[in-house]
Design a protein around this ligand. Structure first.
Ligand SMILES: N[C@@H](CCC(=O)N[C@@H](CS)C(=O)NCC(=O)O)C(=O)O
Ligand code: FES
Length: 113
């Protein structure tokens, strides 16, 4: 499951209807970066809810995987969003963040004026 897509999220609820603020936060951040991700609702399966925690050795939900590697939960993703690390990690797997694209466009436009 973690390798099915470059970015995979285990969360409570679904991206269109998160069931917890922590899961909602990672969904909103990934959306801001224009990332297409797989999402798995752990509320539908206790096996999944417990299994993903065992797999990553991380005790809580949400959990974000990039290229099959566990990256973090909500706090870590927020921090990476703030300090620019998320853009870098996405770049490493061939995803250009929409926020980076916006920034580059702004630079280009300000040069033209
Ligand atoms: N500080 C955590 C917040 C997430 C969290 O505390 N999740 C709790 C409440 S939703 C959790 O998953 N508890 C275990 C469970 O519900 O299975 C993070 O950075 O991701
Ligand atoms: S479901 Fe209660 S804090 Fe996430």
């Amino acid at each position: 499951m973690v390798k099915n897509k470059k970015v995979v999220v285990f969360m409570k609820g679904i991206p269109e209807e998160p069931r917890c603020g922590f899961s909602n936060a990672v969904v909103q951040i990934l959306k801001m970066h224009g990332v297409h991700f797989d999402a798995h609702n752990v509320l539908e399966s206790d096996e999944l809810r417990n299994g993903v925690k065992d797999y990553s050795s991380w005790p809580t939900i949400p959990q974000v995987f990039i290229n099959g590697e566990f990256v973090g939960g909500c706090d870590i993703i927020i921090q990476m969003h703030k300090n620019g690390d998320l853009i870098e990690e996405l770049k490493k797997v061939g995803i250009t963040s929409a926020l980076l694209e916006k920034e580059l466009n702004n630079q280009k436009n300000s040069k033209n004026h």
